[in-house]
Design a protein. Sequence first.
Length: 270
Amino acid sequence: MSFGRRFLAFPLTRLCLAIAPIVLFVIVATRLHVPMLAAAVFVPLLYAAYVRTVEQRRVAEFAGAGAATELLRGFVLGAALFSVTMLILRFAHVATFTRGDGWHALLVGLGAAVAAALVEETLVRAIFFRIVEESLGSVIALVASAALFGFLHAFNRGATIVSTVAIALEAGVILAAAYLYTRRLWMAIGLHTAWNFSEGGVFGASVSGGAAHGLFATHLSGPAILSGGAFGPEASIVAVVVCLVAGVALLVRARRLGHFRPPFWSRSGR
């Protein structure tokens, strides 16, 4: 293998080449006030261009066969997990619901949820998790990507150390588990979309510290460990437990299917 090919195959090089164009595109699109959803559609295309050019392979992570089924499964799971979280908070007298901003909020919430899922799943799971996993193994990639996902939300409005750890444990784990289970992005995108859409568009709760506008309006009270404080229900211990249980279940199924890559030290003699 030539020096040029070895350089392109180096994990850090691949991470930079894959991430930099997407981040630059998102920054430019934001500055030009391009609609978030419209801009997000181009992110998988940039990723596909990187895969075809640098890795020189087909983009199996976005393969179309079975995509609708995996999207639907992820969407149903994400909506169910958030609904269970809110149901527990309601019976714990932490959450109450009133009329929100009407049906229009559903469309706005869905667009924002799809955009966030496309961008974040491409960056964190398709690029970071996958490339780290190839080099170091699935468990290390899981821990590293979950920590990264928490860190990416650490600067949101209302964020605290607790909310950062909560995002890492709930979303970081279950979204990586969805990718490991299917070895594609569709289920993770569906799950991510449904969670954010249910939280913001339906229940009208703050999504990772953002402004809350939904079909209903959620009012949270009580200790921050239960309510999530200013960050929203995602920082609640209830959300962490609910998502961790589901995430571990997906990880167990992924391991049984043989989808885990061994750690790098167990491959050194091969």
